[in-house]
Design a binder for this molecule. Structure first.
Ligand code: HGY
Ligand code: MN
Ligand code: MN
Length: 431
């Protein structure tokens, strides 16, 4: 059981139930679980708006209601749980993340922030605490973007960067439309998708990288998120017999794809674009047969950079390279489709300090670091003071992989910091 509230002269702290948190994480991880052949581990595949996602959503709603929350679902399928405050007309404090996953996920990405926020509610209930401000927790739809091609989709619509119509018309690899899938799983809600700005937004997330572990911290205070650029590139060549077609008569789409893979790595190695990271995560050729020159190839290019200027220069370099590709293979056609593009986003400094103070009061040293991954917090930062708490990952912080792992102790520490931060924010009175 959670301890009762310990009220210091100037600071409130909230203890949470570590065992209850951990068992909720493991319970949700069983939904969409699969045997991962590459690692021999049990991974999680709960891509947004799939039946597995729908099952996870229904479980979350059940748990939210059991915790006494008023549950609403918005037009994007984002799930909200509201815990009333003594001053219900005050803007709420919000804690959220996502429960959709990539196809080869672990148990923590997104889920720690949603189930951690739920644990804070449960602990406030145990302690019999009524906060001044309402507390709203949420699970945003399609944060990963791996099924419908745009990341942070639910939170971007909530904050007004993307429109509902844009989101509804996105399609997956099978041509299924986001808006139709939302209806199919029964999660097209009536709550308006545009979110009224909360008083403050705090998200707890596993770091998904090696920094905290390398520096020996369980908890990190996140200073912001780096810029993200996602493009799908389709190369149209000409199908031909692999044996009879002389090289000079070929328009080989697979060759062009390989040139792009090499070029983005050379951009990174050149050092011209600062701390650029480039990933070709998806690559496919058609017809994909050993004795046929590829008629078509498609690939995705994911660029990340903490500096917007370097990101713009890297994107310009890639665009110029793509424009030159047909010079090498006359007749080649290069098609680019923008999937996602976000600038770097700084998090609210005073909120960072509130998190750091809460961690310190709970006995946790912290370091400040920028997030390498995108998060819903970066979208909500456009409409409200927002910040994040990182929890140390194990095994070099591997993520988007079934080996993703954080210890029960570190998860509990992160959510105790979240709970104390939310409690302090929810007791703030308007100045
Ligand atoms: O891709 C990302 O950075 C995040 O996991 N959506
Ligand atoms: Mn995430
Ligand atoms: Mn992720």
């Amino acid at each position: 059981m959670a301890d009762t509230l310990s009220v210091g002269s100037t600071s409130l702290t909230l203890s949470i139930d570590a065992d209850r948190l951990w068992s909720s994480l493991m319970e949700l991880a069983r939904i969409g679980a699969y045997e991962d052949a590459a690692t021999g581990l049990v991974g999680v595949n709960r891509q947004s708006l799939t039946d597995a996602d729908a099952e996870g959503r229904r479980s979350l709603i059940r748990w939210m209601r059991q915790a006494g929350l008023e549950v609403t679902v918005d037009e994007m399928g984002t799930i909200f749980g509201r815990r009333e405050g003594s001053d219900p007309e005050l803007a709420p404090v919000m804690a959220a993340s996502h429960i959709d996953s990539v196809a080869t996920a672990g148990a923590f990405d997104g889920c720690l922030g949603v189930l951690g926020a739920l644990e804070v509610v449960r602990s406030l209930n145990d302690a019999g605490i009524t906060t001044r401000r309402p507390l709203v927790i949420a699970a945003f739809t399609e944060e990963e973007g791996v099924r419908f091609g745009t990341d942070m989709l639910g939170s971007a619509v909530a904050a007004g960067r993307l429109t509902l119509e844009y989101a509804y018309d996105l399609t997956d690899a099978d041509g299924l439309r986001f808006g139709d899938e939302l209806v199919r799983i029964g999660f097209k809600g009536g709550r308006p998708a545009r979110l009224a700005p909360p008083h403050a937004y705090v998200e707890c997330h596993i770091e998904q990288g090696p920094v905290l572990a390398q520096q020996g911290y369980a908890i990190g205070v996140v200073t912001g998120v780096q810029a993200i650029s996602w493009q799908k590139i389709t190369l149209h060549g000409r199908s031909a017999h692999a044996g009879t077609t002389p090289t000079e008569l070929r328009i080989d789409a697979a060759l062009a794809a390989a040139q792009i893979v090499m070029h983005v790595r050379q951009m990174v190695d050149s050092g011209r674009y600062g701390r650029l990271r480039a990933t070709v995560g998806h690559i496919d050729t058609f017809p994909g047969l050993p004795s046929v020159v590829s008629e078509r190839a498609e690939l995705t290019v994911d660029l990340r950079n903490p500096d917007d200027g370097h990101m713009a220069a890297a994107e310009a370099d890639l665009a110029a390279f793509l424009a030159r590709l047909p010079e090498y293979q006359p007749g080649l056609c290069v098609q680019t489709d923008r999937m996602a593009q976000t600038d770097s986003v700084p998090f609210d400094h005073s909120l960072q300090d509130t998190i750091a103070a809460a961690a310190k009061d709970l006995g946790h040293a912290t370091t400040r670091l920028m997030s390498g991954a995108g998060h819903d917090a970066q979208e909500i930062a456009a409409i409200a003071p927002s910040a994040m708490i990182f929890v140390r990952g194990q095994f070099d912080g591997i993520s988007h992989n079934p080996r993703e792992y954080s210890t029960p102790e570190d998860c509990a520490a992160g959510i105790a910091v979240l709970g104390t931060t939310l409690l302090r924010l929810a007791m703030e009175v308007p100045t």
